[in-house]
Design a protein around this ligand. Structure first.
Ligand code: BG6
Length: 509
């Protein structure tokens, strides 16, 4: 295993939730596994005035609550937090960055970190541009004397096509593209990466992975939770921007890409971007017909009344923000011509599931007409991203006894069967990759742009055309009825549940 070069990790937005719940626990997990370099320090930057001791105390609580390492193994947290430091500054004031520069120079000398720095922007998105400019103003972007500088940008990367282009231009005027790491935590998930291995390490799938054998592909990312205390952010975002434009289109890219020539960042990202660039642009008519939006309404779940979206904290009165989006679309290239893709995502659906369902075409001639459940005997490969991570293959089998009755059966693999295998969290994997200078699992500028180009007409149509309905759906159900009509002719959406193989049988309500 390679170890990263010595460096300092600077986190902007250090007093925020993301730092405490995800970033610091993930860096601790790396520390615990001895994956950090010998000389390493973290500098938290925020407006809040706190000292090192308070910062360390608060981060130590975060580690105890959220780290991936088991409780009884966490005996080294006190040692780890000694590498944490905090400096308070006004991140919107360019002059304050002089103070940061001096602080980092002193720390570099003291810790011998070779001048290498990662800047992590975990701030509100409106600060991404200004923080980069201030870093550039003080020369903190410059890679001199063999030292490297990298910057990680959190989502959301823009709020529409224009703002994403502007932000890209602004950041690229300060940092080179190979210094920029746009994080999409879905790409850090083991099971998302396993898509590449499933497809390209096995000889049996790839020959079938095209429009000759695949009838349609369905991608679901459902959550049972509502928007919690994120109303302020979510109400300005909605499901399309929050999940579909980034996480789910990246998953589409990996599902539909051509085999890369090499296992390296550019080769892989060259192929995923081609998929995004081949998405058939949606006309106004397509948007009306093939895209459905919904918003959850109050209902009773497990005997308790659950608030509707409009009653949630931070949501504007009469808000028309969607908490559910579903759509049909096509990828116009040789491999996928004519194969419909379906995506749906939403909050307050019956269960939390993310999966890709590949539906293969029926046999050209149906010999076993008495087949039970004929509609579903088309073979399906389900790649489960979460939970009960694994792969399920459905195929027809003879029912023992006289005659030739066939029925669908399951063949399944669950990650949980791999005993004692440590599965890193997304942030842990992605942070380590950035420390090693590997950007394979980060979104490149052209991919971000292509995904916004695809999604932007939907945002425009929803904003400008009030005749496009926003459907209500009771919290705890599978979204609005018109979404079911999108998949008419394809026997409806799958009914996944927490347990990979129990689909269609029950769902925890
Ligand atoms: C985030 C979204 O990017 O992803 C959240 O902002 C969403 O709204 C979350 O809940 C889902 O991530 P995961 O890893 O729980 O599927």
């Amino acid at each position: 295993m390679k170890t990263p070069h010595n460096h300092i990790l600077v986190i902007f937005g250090a007093s925020g939730d993301l730092t405490k719940r995800k970033l610091i626990p993930s860096v601790y997990d790396l520390y615990h596994q001895k994956l950090l370099p010998k000389n390493f320090a973290i500098v938290g930057v925020g407006r809040t005035q706190i000292d090192n001791d308070n910062f360390r105390q608060s981060m130590s609580e975060g580690i105890h609550e959220f780290s991936n390492i088991s409780k009884k193994e966490k005996t080294d947290v006190d040692d780890f937090v000694k590498c944490l430091n905090y400096i308070s500054l006004d991140t919107s004031n360019v002059d304050d960055y002089g103070k940061l520069k001096t602080y980092l120079e002193e720390m570099d000398k003291e810790k011998q970190t070779g001048g290498n720095i990662i800047f992590y922007l975990a701030t509100p998105p409106q600060l991404y541009g200004p923080v980069c400019e201030s870093l550039g103003h003080h020369g903190l972007n410059k890679q001199e004397h063999g030292a490297w500088r990298r910057i990680i940008i959190e989502k959301p990367f823009g709020t529409n096509l224009d703002s994403a282009i502007k932000l890209n231009t602004q950041i690229q005027s300060i940092f080179d593209e190979d210094q920029i790491y746009r994080i999409d935590h879905y790409l850090g998930k083991e099971t998302v990466q396993n898509l590449l291995v499933t497809r390209f390490a096995n000889g049996i799938f790839e020959p079938l992975w095209n429009n000759r054998f695949i009838r349609h592909i369905e991608i679901t990312s459902s959550e049972s939770i509502g928007i919690g205390n994120r109303g302020g952010y979510y109400d300005k975002s909605g499901a399309l921007r929050d999940m579909l434009q980034n996480h789910l289109l990246q998953v589409v890219g990996l599902t539909a890409m051509e085999p890369p020539a090499l296992l390296d960042s550019n080769a892989i990202r060259n192929e995923t971007v081609k998929v995004l660039q081949s998405l058939r642009p949606l006309s106004e008519e397509d948007i009306v017909k093939n895209v459905v939006r919904g918003q959850y309404t109050s209902s009773m779940i497990k005997g308790e009344i659950v608030k509707g979206y409009q009653e949630e904290n931070g949501v504007r009165e009469h808000s028309r923000t969607e908490t559910y989006a579903a759509m049909q679309f096509y990828i116009d290239n040789w491999r996928w011509g004519g194969v419909p893709f379906y995506i749906r995502t939403g909050k307050r659906l019956p269960t939390r599931v993310t999966e890709i369902a590949i539906h293969f075409k029926n046999t050209p001639h149906q010999l076993f007409k008495n087949i039970q459940d004929a509609d579903h005997v088309n073979n399906q490969l389900i790649i489960r991203i979460q939970p009960d991570e694994g792969i399920l293959f459905k195929f027809g089998m003879k029912v023992p006894g006289a005659g030739f009755k066939a029925q669908n059966v399951n063949m399944d693999f669950h990650y949980s069967d791999l005993n004692n295998t440590y599965v890193p969290s997304s942030y842990e994997r992605l942070l380590l990759d950035c420390m090693l200078g590997d950007s394979t699992l980060y979104a490149r500028a052209d991919a971000v742009r292509a995904s916004w180009e695809f999604v932007n007409p939907i945002l425009d149509a929803w904003r400008n055309d009030c005749s496009i309905p926003l459907h209500g759906y009771p919290a705890g159900t599978w979204g609005p009825k018109p979404a079911d009509e999108l998949v008419v002719g394809h026997h409806g959406w799958r009914q996944p549940c927490k347990n990979l193989v129990k689909d269609g049988e029950y769902c925890e309500l």
